[in-house]
Each structure stands twice: as C-alpha cells, then as structure tokens.
Design a protein around this ligand. Structure first.
Ligand SMILES: Nc1nc2c(ncn2[C@@H]2O[C@H](COP(=O)(O)OP(=O)(O)O)[C@@H](O)[C@H]2O)c(=O)[nH]1
Ligand SMILES: [Mg+2]
Length: 336
C-alpha cells in the first residue's frame, strides 16, 4: 500500500529488537502521528515485540517547574545506565496543548544522559490534546519496554490532570518538592499525595539542607495520616531528601524505588495494577475511537453541531441532548 510507511517492514522490527535507537525514534514518531495508518502500523509493531526477561520498571515523576526533575533524571539515569541498565526517558507536557511544550521540552537539560549508549531520551510531543498524549505516551512506554529498556522514566509537571494520567501508566509514582519555608506544607493537592509512593524533597544542599530535612519530616508526618493502601508495604509512602545537583541521596532514592518495585512484583501487586491500567486504557481508547468514528461521519457531525447549538442556546439540556443524539446515531429506540 502506498500509505504504508517503510518503518513497518521486517527489517525495522529487527532493528528495533536489536536496540537501534533511530528505529525506535521512528517508531515513536509513528505512534505520535495523527494518521490512522501510522498508528495502526505502530500498534502492529508493538504487538510483535516480545520482551524477554522481567518487565521494565515504569517510573512516573512529577513536580513543579524548576524543582529539579530533569537534573534528577540526568543524575539517576546516568547512575543506572553506568550500572548497565537501559534507561528510557519520556516527558508528558500538558502545556504542549497551548504553548507548544514550553515547560518540559528541554532535552538539552540532560546532555550527559542523552549521549549515554544505554539511554534513550525522548522530548515530549507538542501540539496535542492531553487525551491524545495519554494514549500515545502509553504506547511509547510499551514500545520502550518491548525493545528492552529496563527503566522507563516519565517526567511530567504538576499541572492539571497530567500526574494522574502518568500515575495511571507507571508502576511507581514519585513527587519532587522543593524545601519549604517554616513548617508549612506546600500547596500540594491531596490527590497527588495519595498517588505518590515517594515524596522527595530536592535541593537538600548548602543553605537549604536543614530546611529540606524539616520539609521531609513534615511530609513524612502528613503521609502517615493518609489511609494506608494495600499497594505499598510497611513504611510507604516515604518522604526522603536528596540533592540532584550534588548527586547526594540519588542512589538512596533509587534503592527505595527498586525495593518497592520488587515488593510489588513479588506480591502480585504489579501484575494486578498493570491489568487494571490496561483495562482502563482499553476503555478510554475504545470510547475515544467510538466518538471519533461517529463524528467523522459528516451526517453525524452535523447533527452533533445542531445538538450542541441547542444546548448552548438553552433549548435543550446537555444530558438530554447528548442522549438524544446518541439514540439517533446508534438507531437505539427506533422501531424496526
Ligand atoms: N541547589 C540545587 N539546585 C538544583 C538541584 N536540582 C536542580 N537544581 C537547579 O534547579 C533548576 C531547575 O532544575 P531542572 O532540573 O531544570 O528542574 P525541572 O523544571 O523540574 O526539570 C536548575 O537551575 C538546576 O540547576 C539541587 O539538588 N540543588
Ligand atoms: Mg524539566
């Protein structure tokens, strides 16, 4: 077929399986493509990649801009890559929807890691809606896992729904914080605290070291007040300090992550979580695809536009108009 991109052939599958990073970058571009045939080809590739050995560790990482996420990923990534692990870094940037990815799209911040032979650093795709980002990021994670990456780090910022989204596609979720003044907890949304397995107070160096320790102690206290989840062992979620810049505490943070991941794998929590995540992703993809399939039909798109106009002008209620439109599109309730 003329529209079929060359990346789908056996040769590229072989290249991918052999760890060719350019082939991986091309496959990711297909995953991120808005063209259906590219996405289908990418999905076909993903389903044909067969990982040997244990699953990859999928780690989500969030925190406000400037807290040190990229510095941490550079330090941790190099540490792990030097130990012989294959490390992939992805970014989910909710700002890309409007600004073209100004907050996270900073590949240049990881110069050492980006050049490491065991690492793959992928800047975030820009100009896409968050829903699309979720689907694509998940597919890219699967791709990286399929071609043999051992650790997949997904960076996002504390904006909007992006943390929940990343937590829904990773095994372990970390929140990075800056040392806070006094004993005041930062304005962290309670929901984020609840999904964090580790809260790490960064910049525990120089004048900020003491303050970082106090901040971590405050968070440790706050975390103890949360309802204990069955998804973590005794002692988690944990609050720690580190300096990503001076690379102190980074290895300790990793030890905690690895211990938690191993516990989850051995107890079956990991498998259950991934099953639930896959189910959720399937449902979301199905729903999005269903809406797209309906609205790509001009007849339905017109009817949808009319219904929307009625709702906006107050002639119809949102719920009533939506159900009526669905009944019309699906032919539900019509006598045969
Ligand atoms: N003092 C100190 N500065 C840090 C540390 N980690 C990062 N920074 C600095 O904070 C700024 C933002 O770091 P960056 O990693 O880009 O933050 P991101 O926006 O969360 O990815 C940079 O100037 C870093 O050098 C740290 O552990 N200690
Ligand atoms: Mg960054």
């Amino acid at each position: 077929m003329a529209t079929e991109p060359p990346e789908t052939d056996e040769k590229s599958l072989e290249k991918l399986a052999n760890g060719d990073r350019r082939a991986l970058a091309r496959a990711i571009t297909m995953v991120e493509s808005t063209r259906k045939e590219h996405r289908a080809a990418a999905n076909a590739l993903i389903s044909r990649l067969h990982r040997t050995g244990p699953p990859a560790m999928r780690i989500g990482l969030s925190g406000t801009p400037g807290v040190g996420k990229s510095t941490f990923i550079e330090a941790l990534g190099c540490l792990l890559a030097d130990r012989g692990l294959k490390v992939a870094v992805l970014a989910v940037d909710p700002s890309s929807e409007r600004s073209g990815g100004a907050i996270l799209g900073d590949k240049t911040r990881m110069p050492r890691l980006a050049r490491h032979p065991n690492a793959f650093v992928r800047p975030s795709p820009s100009q896409t809606a968050l829903g699309g980002v979720a689907r694509r990021t998940r597919a890219v994670i699967e791709l990286c896992e399929g071609v043999g990456y051992d650790v997949i780090l997904v960076e996002t910022v504390g904006v909007g729904q992006s943390e929940t989204m990343v937590a829904d596609m990773t095994d372990i979720f970390m929140l990075l914080l800056a040392p806070a003044g006094g004993d005041e907890l930062q304005g962290i949304k309670r929901g984020i605290m609840e999904i964090a397995d580790l809260v790490v107070v960064n910049k525990a160096d120089g004048d900020l070291a003491q303050q970082a320790m106090r901040t971590a102690a405050d968070y440790a206290g706050a975390l103890r007040l949360l309802r204990r989840s069955a998804h973590v062992p005794e002692g988690f979620p944990k609050a720690l300090t580190m300096s990503a810049l001076e690379e102190t505490g980074v290895a300790d943070v990793w030890d905690e992550v690895a211990a938690l991941w191993t516990w989850r794998q051995e107890t079956g929590v990991l498998a259950t979580t991934r099953q639930n995540q896959a189910r959720l992703a399937f449902r979301k993809a199905f729903e999005a695809g269903l809406a797209e399939a309906i609205l790509s039909d001009p007849a339905h798109a017109d009817a949808a536009a009319r219904s929307e106009a009625e709702v906006v002008s107050g002639q119809a209620s949102p719920d009533g108009a939506a159900l009526a439109l669905l009944a019309e599109v699906l032919g539900v309730g019509k006598s045969r």
